[in-house]
Write a protein that binds this ligand. Sequence first.
Ligand code: ADP
Ligand code: MG
Length: 322
Amino acid sequence: DHLVNQIAAGEVVERPASALKEMLENSLDAGADKITVDLAQGGIKLIRVTDNGGGIVPDDLPLALDRHATSKIASLADLESVATLGFRGEGLASIASVSRLTLISRPHEEAHAHQIIAIDGALHPVEPAAHAPGTSVEVVDLYFNTPARRKFLKSENTEYAHCAATFERIALAHPQVEFLLRHNGKVVWRLPSQSLAERVGALLGKDFVDSALPLETTAGGLQLAGFVASPTYSKASRDAQYFYVNGRFVRDKTAQHALRQAYRDVLHHDRHPAYALFLNIDPAGVDVNVHPTKIEVRFRESQAIHQFLFHSVNKALAATTA
Ligand code: ADP
Ligand code: MG
């Protein structure tokens, strides 16, 4: 079973950034509004995520590290959203099978915290610990027990860059949540709870958001909100393209194409536009690729999505040049 976990882990935990993504999503699922991330050596040495969310009662600590144990499928309706969210109940178990993992938690109604340690996938007994209300997950020495996988990791700098990108994508979509990111003890991001405009300004630059065009359109069950670069903004690059479907960051060819086309149509140039856009759509209309590490989606009606995105952005741009 340990081997099965390790193999599964290779799928789910491609690199430190994939573990970080799982951990951050768990903190958000737990209702946290304050999340602190500590990384060391690009996340290879340490990934620690501390939150002030609902926490886990002591009896459930071993369950949280059990494969396919998820507290998040409560109803049949949930099962449907599982199809769109991808794998469930594999995150922590997979990470634990390829690291030294410590899970410390204190539900708000408990007087004390408890912790459980998993080393090489083996669980130690639950013990009392010290922690504020909320949860910390600490992942040390990723892939220490699977040297073949460890060899696939890139340099610390590259792994750190992936972690930072993951952090930024999630932070952008949750402006009301306070975030702190440290790498090797140095503060990289300190983001207070703020408005979306302020969060976009913090992450993409004040000059971007100050000149950006705010967007808010609805049509045929589709809803688009966010900011696109003004025609005069010249710093755009592929790195400044944030596109979310139902709150989740995705890279989508249809969206990229529609947006690029909208800029080309109005401005007659072919740069990569900068944007932070949130598309909301009936979950039945998207296939989130079932693989947990993928950031791609498949729209059932991609033609309609393309048109909607193109027209929304085209109209906003055209208004500024009219
Ligand atoms: P999933 O998120 O798909 O349920 P995970 O393996 O990521 O599976 O987590 C297993 C369980 O551990 C979760 O269902 C949740 O009950 C608990 N858990 C994990 N992280 C946290 C956290 N930060 N705060 C509260 N509960 C958590
Ligand atoms: Mg999870």
